[in-house]
Design a binder for this molecule. Structure first.
Ligand SMILES: [Zn+2]
Length: 216
């Protein structure tokens, strides 16, 4: 059990955290409620459910344990700290034009795949239109990246998403992640994107101030 003042703080932080998806936010708020409530009376007739299941029911999910298991796994898995590919951007061809020389091809890519950053293992998207020369440029750029990545010992990308629950609860979340995703490695942390946004804001503000009058 935690004191209700502390519960209030945690609740306020959860409300303020914009990275929560709605399902996960309800779940987290239900966990806070459980933490500040006295433990349930032990009644023999009731099968003992773990806190995660009780929180899920509190958050409005109903059904058999099997159905709840599926929902819980789905909600938690989505928050496991891990590297997730960036969303596929507009399909743009990597090729360049002969006229005007070097201008980027504006055609929609018909071949699309990802390539790794050889140093970090992070991926980005690359595409080519049906032009044979552009396709060749795409193929060699891809192969170069993959070869360099392998030569570099195939570095795994750092987690870039998830871990929202971990920000607010000290215990019990890591085992839950491990249950939802076998590939989860304990201790994986994600730099809160809130921080990144703040830094980006500061940088762009500095750029703005440095910019000459007429460019503003
Ligand atoms: Zn092209």
């Amino acid at each position: 059990m935690i004191a209700s003042a502390r519960a209030g703080e945690v609740r306020a932080r959860i409300f303020a955290d914009a990275d929560f998806k709605p399902d996960l936010k309800l779940f987290a708020l239900a966990v806070v409620h459980l933490l500040e409530s006295p433990p349930p009376q032990k009644v023999k007739e009731f099968r003992k459910e773990s806190w995660a299941y009780r929180a899920l029911r509190l958050a409005g999910h109903t059904g058999t344990t099997e159905e709840l298991t599926r929902k819980l796994r789905w909600i938690v898995r989505d928050d496991v700290p891990k590297y997730r590919l960036p969303k596929e951007p507009e399909r743009v061809c990597v090729g360049v034009m002969l006229r005007p020389a070097g201008a980027p091809c504006a055609r929609r890519a018909t071949h699309v795949s990802t390539r790794p950053n050889p140093l970090t293992g992070e991926r980005d998207w690359i595409g080519a239109c049906s032009n044979a020369r552009h396709f060749q440029a795409y193929e060699s750029a891809r192969q170069e990246s993959w070869t360099a990545w392998r030569a570099n010992g195939e570095p795994a990308p750092k987690p870039n998403s998830g871990g929202v629950l971990l920000r607010h609860f000290e215990r019990g979340i890591e085992p839950l992640y491990a249950w939802a995703d076998r590939e989860y490695t304990r201790g994986d942390v994600v730099t809160p994107p809130v921080m990144e946004r703040d830094i980006a804001g500061v940088v762009s503000l500095a750029d703005y101030r440095r910019a000459p009058e007429e460019a503003r």
